[in-house]
Design a protein around this ligand. Structure first.
Ligand code: NAG
Ligand code: NAG
Ligand code: NAG
Ligand code: NAG
Ligand code: ZN
Ligand code: ZN
Length: 452
């Protein structure tokens, strides 16, 4: 009998071993990826051969660009060569992502929209970029969000239908069901299921943007907040999780003192909604800054409950916002990794192009800039980890440049401009970065930055 038991035990062990093998194979197969690309800002007038250095691109607002090269200039928006190179690189690194997130801003910045842009040119620009993505990723659904520059005049996007929105909706129709198309065509928002228990909500946050003068005085332009809440409530009742994508994020810009994006009452409302549904939302992905950063949300007891990730732009364009000091960036594209069963984000890799080097070499060598879990001092992408990172950035003493937290702060700030601006981060730089990350409430942000 003991021989029989031994055999039985061996058999059980064998079954266990093969079950383990099957399970571990399944786990490794369950990794998914998606690209997040944002702020392409195509300047199709860009001409580096123009002999007048002030005329290379209208997006330089008349500033001279003596170093302009094949792939662009830090004072200009993206030439076609840069946009094409970015999308080619996405295809080379990961040609079969589960999907792509594209968070808007396709046209050039210009001080003279009557001369350099029109409704037709906005539509044509979005159309050309849409085609580039469709041709490069024919089998991949793109989840897109509208940017404030995807309109004429810029930022004046009405809540509700418009001729530009209809044209864009037609371009993006291949990526939508009829129902999603109908809604997007009327609102610039949509919701779709991206996994059995996970929805993605694309918000038209441009109606909450302070530069938008057509929404003035509206309590809830287009009813988008009410819709957002209703969809989150529905998801919650069905035990679903939600990804949120949008262009203009809540909170402050970290490169300028006191510069916020949403009208104050809309910022309050957005933050309240995220707080209320923090257990439903498993990712928030935004653009608009062109810089690389994140934002934290807290409950009433000060516990971190959600995070929002802002990906850097493809355009290197130096912001003309008053108070921003040398606010250009290198072009970036971001590949997220997630657990395909739960859709929880597990990591991301940030890729970038050293624009000056690319122009010098006459060829674009995109490289890995950093991997979140290796280079930010956090083991995973949980809210607790982002909170831990923000705490370390906050406690860094800039007068002790060799202490681990200060080294981390400097690294983080270097990533913020995608390795364009490597200036040592002093106390005011630290406060601007950290207060923007940790204080989405405008009043608390103000107290935070003035706490010197
Ligand atoms: C769009 O692409 C067409 C065809 O290549 C080109 O002729 C046109 O200039 C492009 N327009 C813009 C705004 O990029
Ligand atoms: C896209 O899917 C079609 C049909 O399944 C296939 O023939 C084609 O090779 C795919 N293309 C890419 C780039 O994966
Ligand atoms: C999209 O919306 C516009 C404006 O409401 C409408 O005129 C148009 O018919 C809609 N397009 C489609 C294909 O339904
Ligand atoms: C901090 O650095 C910025 C940018 O280099 C500079 O403009 C500012 O004057 C510095 N502030 C202080 C307090 O040193
Ligand atoms: Zn932008
Ligand atoms: Zn924008």
């Amino acid at each position: 009998p003991s021989a029989q038991i031994r055999m039985l035990l061996r058999y059980v062990a064998l079954v266990q071993a093969s079950l383990f093998l099957i399970t571990s194979c399944e786990v490794s197969q369950n990794k998914g990826t998606f690209w997040h690309v944002t702020d392409l800002h195509l300047d199709f007038y860009y001409d580096e051969t123009n002999n007048d250095p002030a005329q290379v691109c209208p997006s330089s607002f008349g500033a001279e660009t003596p170093d302009a090269g094949l792939f662009g200039d830090y004072r200009c928006d993206s030439p076609w060569s840069l946009v094409r190179s970015a999308v080619e690189e996405m295809k080379r690194i990961e040609p079969n992502p589960n999907f792509i997130i594209w968070t808007g801003d396709d046209t050039l910045h210009t001080s003279d929209e009557d001369k350099f842009l029109s409704e037709e040119l906005v539509i044509e620009t979005v159309h050309n970029l849409t085609n580039l993505l469709k041709k490069s990723f024919p089998n991949t659904t793109v989840h897109a969000a509208l940017g404030n520059h995807d309109y004429h005049y810029k930022s004046q996007i009405p809540p509700g239908p418009s001729s530009i929105l209809s044209a864009i909706a037609n371009d993006w129709r291949d990526w939508m069901t009829d129902e999603q198309f109908q809604m997007f065509n009327q609102t610039g928002c949509f919701i779709r299921e991206i996994a059995p228990k996970v929805d993605l909500i694309s918000l038209n946050t441009n109606v909450w943007y302070t530069s938008n003068k057509v929404v003035t005085g509206m309590a809830d332009p287009g009813g988008y907040f009410a819709w957002f809440e209703q969809e989150l409530e529905k998801a919650k009742s069905m035990s679903k999780k939600v990804y949120v994508i949008g262009h203009v994020p809540p909170g402050h810009f970290e490169l300028v003192d006191y510069k916020y994006w949403y009208y104050p009452e809309y910022n309050v409302r957005y933050v309240e909604i995220i707080k209320q549904y923090s257990d439903v939302i498993i990712g928030q992905f935004f653009g608009h800054h062109h810089t690389d950063t994140f934002r934290m949300f807290y409950d009433d007891n000060g516990n971190a409950v959600s995070s929002l990730l802002i990906a850097p732009g493809v355009t290197p364009w130096m912001t003309t916002l008053p108070g921003a000091d040398d606010g250009a960036n290198n072009p970036g594209i971001r590949l997220f990794e997630f657990d395909a069963t739960t859709m929880e984000i597990t990591d991301y890799v940030q890729y970038y192009l050293d624009l000056a080097a690319a122009n010098m070499a006459g060829k674009a060598d995109w490289t890995e800039e950093y991997r979140a879990t290796s280079d930010l001092g956090i083991p995973d992408m949980s809210v607790a980890s982002w909170e831990k990172l923000s705490k370390r950035l906050e406690s860094a003493n800039v007068l002790e440049p060799s202490s681990p937290d200060t080294i981390l702060l400097q690294k983080f700030v270097n990533y913020n401009s995608v390795l364009y601006n490597l200036t040592p981060c002093n106390r005011s730089c630290q406060l601007n970065q950290v207060c923007a990350i940790r204080e989405l409430d405008y009043g608390k942000y103000k107290d935070c930055v003035s706490d010197d």
